[in-house]
Design a protein around this ligand. Structure first.
Ligand SMILES: O=C(CO)[C@H](O)[C@H](O)COP(=O)(O)O
Length: 227
């Protein structure tokens, strides 16, 4: 089974967890893509939900499929958020932000009663850090910010690019992809990063996910609950 079919399975499974009347956070990425399509089919069949998107890309896709969206300022909290991840460790701590949406994703996750992650099995790791940790930074003097991040033990930091230049996040910032290789204390690193002037947010999601829905190449889907 290809990764894409596994992503689709995870996305479809997650859609079964959405209940009528819920206000949900809608994540970003190629796995969530399948969740959004399944959700759109369910809303066509009569499921009533309201969504809060985690990125401009997700907002555009959801709108094109007639999923009702609302501004996060206009709701007290979200019942559930379904989002993807780049790495998931055994405690369900995550690296996110491969798609560059980490800032809005973290704000939406923090507003959610429950966060469920969907992924294919390639995202499961024993230790976080092989996937370069995305850190969103203010564009002003970003090289200074980079220098402070390097002092936390990261010698390989890459300013994210897109085809025609520097990648700019939905909120107008740069992303520094930080190759830590192995992160021994993700909770501490998250705090240290966010204490650096110029850092807006980082892609470590600690103690946020309650459950991960992981689809395997043999076609099975397994739920992991936060230990
Ligand atoms: O954090 C994210 C975007 O900022 C994505 O959820 C993460 O990169 C996983 O994406 P995909 O499902 O495409 O592998």
């Amino acid at each position: 089974m290809s990764n894409d079919i596994a992503k689709q399975k995870a996305g479809e499974y997650a859609a079964t967890l959405v209940e009528d009347g819920m206000t949900i956070g809608i994540g970003t990425g190629s796995t969530v893509y399948y969740f959004i399509h399944t959700l759109a089919n369910k809303t066509k069949e009569g499921l009533h939900i309201t969504g809060v998107p985690t990125s401009a890309q997700t907002a555009q896709l959801a709108r094109s499929l007639n999923i009702p969206l609302v501004d996060l300022n206009d709701v007290a909290q979200l019942d559930l958020t379904i989002d993807g991840a780049d790495e998931i460790d055994p405690s369900l701590n995550l690296i996110k932000g491969g798609g560059g949406a980490l800032l809005q994703e973290k704000i939406v996750a923090a507003a959610s009663v429950q966060n469920i992650i969907i992924a294919d099995e390639s995202k499961l790791v024993q230790n976080l850090g092989k996937f370069p940790l995305p850190v969103e930074v203010i564009t002003f003097a970003w090289r200074q910010t980079q220098k402070h991040i390097a002092q936390l033990g990261c010698s390989n930091i890459v300013l994210r690019q897109k085809q025609d230049g520097i990648f700019i996040s939905d909120h107008g910032h740069y992303i520094l992809d930080c190759h830590f290789e192995q992160i021994d204390n993700p909770a501490l690193l998250q705090q240290q990063l966010n204490n650096i002037p110029g850092v807006v947010e980082n892609g470590l999601f600690i103690n946020m996910a309650a459950k991960a829905i992981v689809a395997y190449s043999d076609g099975s889907v397994k739920e992991f609950v936060k230990p």
